[in-house]
Write a protein that binds this ligand. Structure first.
Ligand code: NAP
Length: 365
């Protein structure tokens, strides 16, 4: 089941077996990103693809309406799509399943002994499931032992946050850690790829902005950062104490969620240049461990007065870096700024790959 390849980044030309993986929901918007990013992944190899009854039995090339701007990899196109629930040969399973089915299916695979690295919202707030951004809360992996005990299985689930939450939380993490946040208001302008492939109709979104996103989007942005920036203590997650108010909008960009953020700091206003330094110098476990998908610098600061912009900044560090700009005083709260995240890469499939790389580097696969 494993093959060998030479890692291009390894100067000693060490040969390493690639771990076979399955992707659940492989035909969707996030699933296609998984397939694209796995094609050149040095540690993981796409071995199985899973989707609904509509797709199963077909080749992936037939079932997936490929929408990415790189060609569908030939190896992936030839894989037969398996139905959800079927036995898998891969222990590592990425999930880009629709949330209507993800909850039960991910539990089922974890109980069967799989390591499920999920994008879906269903298990994010479970009391023993890490909601992981490796640069921010790698220590939350401690919750996995408790989860394994509950399941009576060696399998477990790790989740990545909502696509806007990842951008927001990475952008504010250095500020929360150094200066403390008391409360914040965030307004998002979210790209249409975030709505999934069936998504928003062109008639609804072109020449328009829709000030609503279903599925509890605002609630996710108001709650998930508190779990991520909180602590795992005495066998439970303790949320960070700050409060968030979120307003979300769907806008007619393809990829890249932009957000404007105003914050009140716990100790009153801070020196903007110190905040900027904290943002620029922020790194974590992925950078220390030199994980393959890790951006060298997780947060870029853009000095130009009209940046970040989705089209110009979403692909920084292959879509894995968040860009922050326009840091300035806020006349109501203390500071305000703008942040941008590539929603299907750092906000979804790329985030899940980084999570799995962290698990592998920590010997947890
Ligand atoms: P999507 O484009 O609608 O894709 C959904 C996938 O789920 C498809 O592969 C679909 O297979 C499969 N599926 C649907 N119903 C199924 C069923 N009854 N049984 C088995 N498979 C089924 O959605 P998406 O945007 O990729 O999102 C996937 C998940 O990631 C969601 O939970 C979403 O909330 C989350 N997420 C999305 C983003 C983003 O930017 N798009 C970011 C972060 C998280 P068929 O093609 O066979 O129907």
């Amino acid at each position: 089941m494993t093959e060998t390849l030479t890692l291009p980044s390894q100067t000693d030309a060490r040969r390493t077996p690639r771990i076979p993986v399955a992707v659940l929901g492989a035909t969707g918007s996030v699933g296609q990103r998984f397939v694209q990013l796995l094609a050149a992944h040095p540690w993981f190899r796409l071995h199985e693809v899973v989707a609904s009854q509509r797709s199963s039995g077909k080749s992936y090339g037939e079932a997936a309406d490929w929408r990415l701007d790189t060609l569908l990899p030939a190896d992936a196109a030839a894989l037969e799509v398996k139905p959800l629930g079927s036995d898998l040969e891969s222990r590592l399973v990425f999930s880009g399943l629709d949330s209507s089915v993800a909850g039960e299916a991910e539990d089922d695979y974890a109980n069967r002994g799989c390591v499920v690295v999920s994008n879906s919202r269903n298990h994010r707030m479970d009391p023993d499931v890490p909601l992981l951004i490796p640069e921010v809360n790698a220590e939350h992996l401690e919750a996995i032992e408790r989860q394994r005990k509950r399941r009576g299985s060696s399998g477990y689930i790790v989740t990545n946050p909502n696509c806007s939450t990842i951008g927001l939380t990475l952008a504010i993490a250095p500020i929360e850690r150094r200066f403390g946040i008391d409360q914040m208001h965030v307004t998002t302008m979210q790209a249409i790829s975030g709505a999934g492939y069936a998504g928003v109709s062109s008639y609804a979104i072109l020449d328009n902005v829709i000030p609503f996103i279903g599925g509890g989007e605002e609630e996710k942005i108001e709650t998930e950062p508190r779990k991520i920036l909180g602590r795992w203590e005495n066998g439970r997650f303790v949320d960070a104490p700050f409060r968030i108010s979120a307003q979300v909008n769907r806008v007619p960009t393809i990829d890249g969620h932009l957000m404007t953020i105003s914050m009140k700091l716990r100790e009153g206003s801070a020196d903007l240049s110190k905040i900027c330094d904290a943002i620029r110098s922020f790194t974590g476990e992925p950078q220390r461990l030199a994980l393959p998908s890790a951006p060298k610098q997780p947060i870029h600061y853009a000095n130009e007065p009209d940046r970040p912009q989705p089209r110009l900044d979403r692909d920084r560090e292959h879509g894995m870096a968040v860009t922050v700009g326009r840091l300035r005083p806020c006349p109501l709260l203390d500071i305000r700024m703008v942040a941008l995240v590539h929603n299907t890469i750092r906000g979804a499939a790329g985030a899940a790959l980084l999570n799995a790389e962290l698990l592998e580097a920590k010997g947890m696969l």
